[in-house]
Design a protein around this ligand. Structure first.
Ligand SMILES: CC(C)(COP(=O)(O)OP(=O)(O)OC[C@H]1O[C@@H](n2cnc3c(N)ncnc32)[C@H](O)[C@@H]1OP(=O)(O)O)[C@@H](O)C(=O)NCCC(=O)NCCS
Length: 159
């Protein structure tokens, strides 16, 4: 991992990291798939109990973020993104491992996620121990109208 990388975590109700997450969001998601959230969507989720946002930074510069929402002892990885300029250097994996660690510390026993079946992020999820659960055919609609399957993954953190 990059030695200068730090993680700042913001719990529900904290709004001061939304602009930093949005700067990564706008760069990270391919507009073709329409997967980026708006600032209003992110602010809305940040008001929900059990949500936390982690920003990976070097100094003050945001390189990536992870957004997790928890309910009781389960949580969902809602978004994981790294600025294209900083990819391939372990930032995404470090953010994911940090999110798993924080979830464990909160007494959470499983993390779920859904991802487009053609997304390279699947390699990262499998590498970190997530297991395939099921496929939802045509679940996402891209901005070009094309449908994409969603795959759901889960990691049991009690193991
Ligand atoms: C997915 C994403 C967060 C990965 O970030 P990253 O910092 O480049 O990932 P890392 O450098 O930590 O890579 C960790 C592992 O992920 C896998 N991986 C990541 N990107 C990959 C790619 N483009 N192709 C193949 N494998 C990839 C590899 O297994 C890699 O491990 P390795 O280097 O030992 O082979 C980043 O590509 C991204 O922001 N994508 C757009 C947003 C998105 O689709 N997010 C996921 C759904 S919310």
């Amino acid at each position: 991992m990059m030695p200068d990388l730090i993680f700042d975590t913001y719990d529900e109700g904290e709004r001061n990291a939304i602009a930093d997450a949005m700067s990564v969001m706008e760069a990270a998601f391919d507009p073709l798939f329409g997967e980026a959230w708006t600032s209003a969507q992110l602010a809305g989720v940040m008001m929900m109990p059990g949500t936390w946002l982690t920003i990976a930074r070097i100094d003050a510069l945001p390189l990536g973020f992870a957004l997790v929402r928890s309910v009781l002892d389960e949580c969902e990885l809602l978004l994981l993104a790294v600025d294209p300029l900083w990819r391939g250097r372990g930032v995404g994996e470090a953010l994911l491992r940090d999110s798993l660690l924080r979830a464990r510390r909160r007494g959470i026993t499983s993390m779920n996620l859904e991802v487009r079946s053609s997304n390279n992020a699947i390699k990262l999820y499998e590498k970190t121990g997530f297991e395939y659960v099921h496929r939802r055919p045509g679940y996402y609609r891209g901005n070009d109208g094309q449908l994409h399957d969603a795959l759901s993954f889960r990691i049991d953190m009690r193991i």
